[in-house]
Design a protein around this ligand. Sequence first.
Ligand code: CO8
Length: 192
Amino acid sequence: MSEERPRQRTPWPPVPTEPPTPHAQAPGPGTKLQVHYDECFGCGELDGGLHMRSTVGEHAHVHAEFTVTEAHQGAPGLAHGGLLACAFDEALGSAVGNLLQRPAVTGKLETDFLRPVPVGSTLFITAKLDGTAGRKIYASADGRLDSADGPIAVRARALFVEVAFEHFTSHGYADAMERFRRTRPQTWDINP
Ligand SMILES: CCCCCCCC(=O)SCCNC(=O)CCNC(=O)[C@H](O)C(C)(C)COP(=O)(O)OP(=O)(O)OC[C@H]1O[C@@H](n2cnc3c(N)ncnc32)[C@H](O)[C@@H]1OP(=O)(O)O
């Protein structure tokens, strides 16, 4: 179960990219990030949700924690892999949305599960932005077991695609999105 095992062999990002420059109004290091939507399975307060909390770190990293409960099992006593992927989607999306202040959705998410993650353990996830190419935003994350310097249990990398506000209002709850937009006006000034 070595974290040195080279599971991710393909180049990353897979295309030439620009450095990801944080938005001028991006929250700075030490900022505890707010729940972006109360009903979000990742960061909201839903029963059985992941209840994740994130903080901006140095060097445009976002640190998030996910504590695995009985509600998150796949095998007895072990976290479900799909929910671990969800935790990474949340942490990576939080990095993209908060640091770049660009509205984007997950287009692709890949995960490497390196160690079992037992019920009762906490994954310390560090997400970072790797590059942008037009509307495409590449990000990756490591999840360490039970402490910020614990062994890496899960790795993930993802492509987010910038979308227009209408993506959310056409396909989701338009009224809830209007309320969300008012909390982040700088995010919606940028049109893809
Ligand atoms: C309240 C606000 C909260 C916001 C955070 C929400 C986070 C989430 O939970 S997102 C939920 C899960 N994700 C989704 O539902 C997204 C569903 N998918 C879609 O809507 C579309 O497929 C979408 C928007 C990703 C891309 O569609 P579209 O806008 O037509 O762009 P499209 O031209 O297909 O793709 C754009 C670029 O990304 C690339 N791309 C898109 N998907 C992929 C993929 N899976 N793999 C590789 N490349 C991809 C395309 O090849 C294209 O590249 P290029 O510009 O070089 O040609």
